[in-house]
Design a protein around this ligand. Structure first.
Ligand code: ADP
Ligand code: MG
Length: 533
């Protein structure tokens, strides 16, 4: 039911009251999406089996009808058999639907289950009406239905009351309502012995219902707790950091290493696409090979038995460039150039291994403050979870969603034609533009207009918008050329150009330095520890 690996006992025992764990560690949203998906997947499989057995039981309990008609002399046989047959056909239809992929989503699934439960109890009541008594053996059928419900579902009590209560209410509504039309039922209600038996049966059903609903609730809580403690593989999820289009990022704890990591979980609905699993594994394996210090370090990856794919990476402390630039904020040109150079080097390594990032944006670049006070950039989100199925180069997913971020998207990616390393060069150029100018090269009202601008419009010169050194401006504009061939051929070449710019001011521009001399000098000192060999 759950993956074989789990959180170590030691870690579990350190915690205080067991039932406080899910909320405290995971927060209200915590288990929600992942747990609901997990429970739903299990429920569908279980209900398929239980419903198949229930239909067999429903058909074979026609024996009751024969006994009631031939031995007790109550009613006609054709009516109960007819009701039974119609109900059985409906249940079979539900069973077939449960076996059709994709499995029904939770709302439809609940409606189908309710249909079966209510249908069973309504049929039982109609048969009892035909037999003309409220003190009927068919009342036990309601209890049996509740037991079947209890086996099939473990719902929180609020939902359980409805799922179990509605069928029971239907049974009594039909039986008592029939008193208005059927003289026999009316007379039976006035008979003390029948009324007594009826009340006894009612109490028994109520008790069964209470046990089934509360028991289901308790089991639900236990499953939820087990799920949250189990976490994902060796990781215990602690707090959700972000939720994006493709998945969720969690702060998680590895009990064995006693280390905090970030875990990215691919959203269950994305994960179910055909071939997604193999693709995911292939891509994570490639990323694990990336060694550049400015690429986020991938530590581990896995798939749970219920099909949630995840991978663990180093947990970063800091903020994204997007957060740093919030509003119209700019970065000092040298700092922007350093960041872009480091990102370009990280991308270059990925490109050499055949990995194109495809989504270089300020949200996917993370500024990490080290204990020494220096700050380094880390490239995140190497398109692992992105739908790259058949439409390898397509901009749109099957659902018409854009892959990548229009604001930073190269013309060839916007068009949906082939992408390569120079596509990332373009996007990085657009990010550098934003870091220098406080706004991206194209700001349009809609995504479609932005994409068109990338394809057709010349970008504004950064120096029109902000104080950008001409050498740096040349680099930015070269990245933003429409034709890939006119850009830097590789991210490495871009990094070299930025490096040359960063080295230049000291030697080549003594005149320009005059007014800025103290700042420049201070900057150089500040910068010194930042540049890596
Ligand atoms: N290793 C990490 N450590 C800390 N925060 C992270 C880490 N990875 C991602 N994040 C945060 O989660 C956000 C989304 O992550 P990302 O990998 O870009 O997912 P998505 O596919 O949803 O865009 C990032 O912008 C960042 O704020
Ligand atoms: Mg992202």
């Amino acid at each position: 039911m759950v993956p074989s690996t789990s959180v170590g006992r030691g870690a579990r025992n350190e915690r205080t009251p067991a039932d406080a764990v899910p909320e405290r560690l995971l927060g209200p949203d915590a288990v929600a999406s992942a747990f609901e998906a997990h429970v739903h997947a299990e429920d569908v499989v279980r209900v398929r089996k239980i419903l198949a057995y229930s239909i067999a039981g429903w058909v074979s309990s026609a024996a009751l009808d024969f006994i009631t008609v031939y031995m007790l002399g109550q009613g006609r046989l054709s009516v109960p058999l007819g009701i039974r047959a119609v109900a059985a056909l409906a249940f079979l239809a539900v069973l077939l639907r449960l076996h059709v992929e994709p499995a029904p989503r939770p709302p439809l699934f609940r409606a189908l289950n309710l249909l079966v439960l209510v249908g069973t109890c309504a049929s039982l009541a109609l048969i009892a009406v035909e037999q003309g008594t409220i003190a009927t053996v068919y009342t036990h059928g309601v209890s049996v239905t509740l037991v079947a419900y209890g086996l099939a579902f473990q719902e929180p009590w609020r939902r359980g009351i409805w799922l179990a209560g509605l069928p029971v209410a239907t049974f009594f509504a039909i039986l008592l309502g029939a008193a208005l039309f059927s003289p026999r039922i009316h007379a039976d209600l006035a008979t003390t012995a029948s009324l007594g038996a009826f009340l006894q049966n009612t109490i028994m059903i109520a008790m069964t219902g209470v046990f089934v609903v509360t028991g289901g609730h308790v089991v639900h809580q236990m499953r939820r707790q087990a799920f949250s403690q189990r976490g994902l593989g060796r990781y215990e999820l602690r707090e959700r950091i972000a939720r994006g289009g493709m998945g969720e990022i969690w702060r998680a704890h590895h009990a064995g290493l006693d280390r905090e990591v970030a875990v990215k979980i691919v959203r269950p609905d994305r994960a179910s696409q055909p071939g997604a699993s193999a693709r995911f594994t292939r891509e994570v394996r490639a990323l694990v090979e990336l060694k550049h210090p400015c690429t986020v370090r991938i530590l581990d990856h896995g798939v749970t038995n219920d099909g949630l794919r995840y991978f663990a990476m180093e947990l970063l402390e800091g903020e994204t460039i997007d957060a740093r630039l919030s509003g119209e904020q700019k970065l000092e040109p040298r700092r922007a150039a350093e960041i872009a150079r480091d990102v370009a080097r990280a991308l270059d390594e990925a490109h050499l291994r055949g990995i194109i990032h495809r989504d270089v944006t300020p949200k996917n670049l993370f500024l990490v403050k080290l204990a020494t006070g220096e700050e380094i950039v880390k490239v995140l989100d190497f398109g692992i979870a992105k739908d790259r199925g058949d439409a390898e180069a397509s901009t749109l997913t099957a659902h018409g969603q854009i892959i990548g971020t229009p604001t930073y998207m190269a013309p060839e990616q916007a068009r949906g034609t082939e992408v390569d390393a120079r596509t990332d060069v373009y996007a990085l150029g657009a990010v550098l533009f934003r870091m220098l100018c406080g706004r991206p090269p194209f700001e349009k009202g809609s995504q479609a207009e932005t994409l068109q601008a990338h394809v057709w419009d010349a970008p504004p010169k950064p120096s029109w918008i902000a104080d950008v050194p001409p050498e740096l401006e040349t680099i930015v504009l070269r990245c933003l050329r429409k034709a890939p061939a006119e850009r830097f051929a590789t991210a490495g070449a871009l990094a070299d150009a930025l490096e040359a710019f960063l080295r230049a001011p000291l030697a080549a521009r003594p005149a320009a330095r005059e007014p800025d001399a103290p700042i420049d000098a201070a900057q150089q000192t500040l910068d010194a520890p930042l540049s890596r060999p």
